[in-house]
Design a protein around this ligand. Structure first.
Ligand SMILES: [Zn+2]
Ligand SMILES: [Zn+2]
Ligand SMILES: [Zn+2]
Length: 304
């Protein structure tokens, strides 16, 4: 069982999930728990010989009913694939899976915030290489979405809508657009190659997106992750954070957008969260967002 404690000094919850110390750590290729179960071989987490997308409860959950949820979303049965290598149809299907999980988890009494995310690469602590993401159903509103709602209050409207308008009229950090979304490096990005993928029509969550918008979201997502891999000609590690409207008591609308935080500042050098970031909460950047946007646009141009 995990345990929640409230950190008074910071005004935030901390979750302890001590059983996670025992979780599978970078198993060798033959013992991947997210592979399909092959006849004659020991069963994996997934009792199917082949599959497209599978969602199941995390065996080592940070949150579990009746106080939240933790799920694993496996993108493919191909161990050696990655999100950027998937066909558009699969990524489109993934958008529908996300939408369904948001709806179902969001309807639960014990879930205040549905958070879909992916950690990619050992640099951000991945313990299984098989392409997958995760979903946490937090039994409280976590600090980052709470800050976004506070920004709406401060600015007197929807912050992503407002920032989108600013980025589009400025244009220097804009990366690409399609009929449903825009991708840009935020003016005050915290990570060197941080990118936000934002729905242009105001959509509080995936539930407000129609089929065409989900398709366009999948296209934009693929374009971004493929461009990311072209940036340093290597699979780029990142954290992908999907922000949507809270599903619990918290009021305020929220606006569907994806934030990507790659931890690299060059092909080989990591951006560490050190004294200023950890102890004072102020990020010190090495790359100006305008320069990052130029490099990313060039990388996108190299993707056929
Ligand atoms: Zn695998
Ligand atoms: Zn909005
Ligand atoms: Zn956000």
């Amino acid at each position: 069982m995990s345990e929640l404690r409230f950190n008074e000094l910071r005004g935030e919850e901390v979750a302890y999930a001590i059983h996670r110390q025992d979780r599978t750590f970078l198993p060798d290729r033959a013992h991947c728990p997210l592979d399909p179960s092959r006849p004659g071989a020991p069963p994996t987490e997934i009792p199917l010989e082949e599959f497209e997308i599978v969602v199941f409860d995390n065996r080592f959950p940070a949150f579990e009913a009746p106080t939240g949820a933790a799920e694993v979303v496996v993108y493919t049965d191909d161990h050696d694939a990655s999100l950027s290598g998937l066909p558009i149809e699969r990524v489109e299907a993934l958008m529908w899976v996300w939408r369904h999980r948001y709806e179902e988890l969001g309807a639960r009494e014990d879930v205040e915030y549905v958070y879909i995310f992916e950690n990619r690469g050992v640099e951000v602590g991945v313990t299984l290489h098989h392409p997958h993401g995760q979903i946490y159903g937090y039994p409280f509103l976590p600090p980052v979405p709470a800050l976004e709602l506070a920004a709406d209050e401060r600015l007197g409207g929807c912050t992503p809508c407002l920032l989108l308008e600013r980025e589009r009229s400025d244009g220097r950090r804009l990366l690409f657009e399609n009929d449903a979304l825009s991708a840009y490096v935020p003016e005050a990005a915290r990570w060197p190659y941080e990118v936000h993928l934002v729905m242009r029509p105001h959509r509080a969550s995936l539930l407000e997106c129609g089929p065409r918008e989900l398709r366009l979201l999948a296209e934009g997502l693929l374009r971004l992750v493929r461009g990311y891999d072209a940036l340093f000609a290597r699979p780029l590690p990142y954290v992908m954070a999907v922000h949507q409207a809270p599903t619990g008591a918290a009021t305020g609308s929220g606006h569907l957008h994806l934030e990507f935080y790659p931890p690299l500042r060059t092909a080989e050098k990591l951006k560490y969260l050190a004294g200023s970031e950890q102890g004072a909460g102020t990020f010190i950047g090495d790359v100006l967002p305008e320069e990052a946007a130029t490099a990313l646009r060039e990388a996108f141009g190299r993707v056929s």
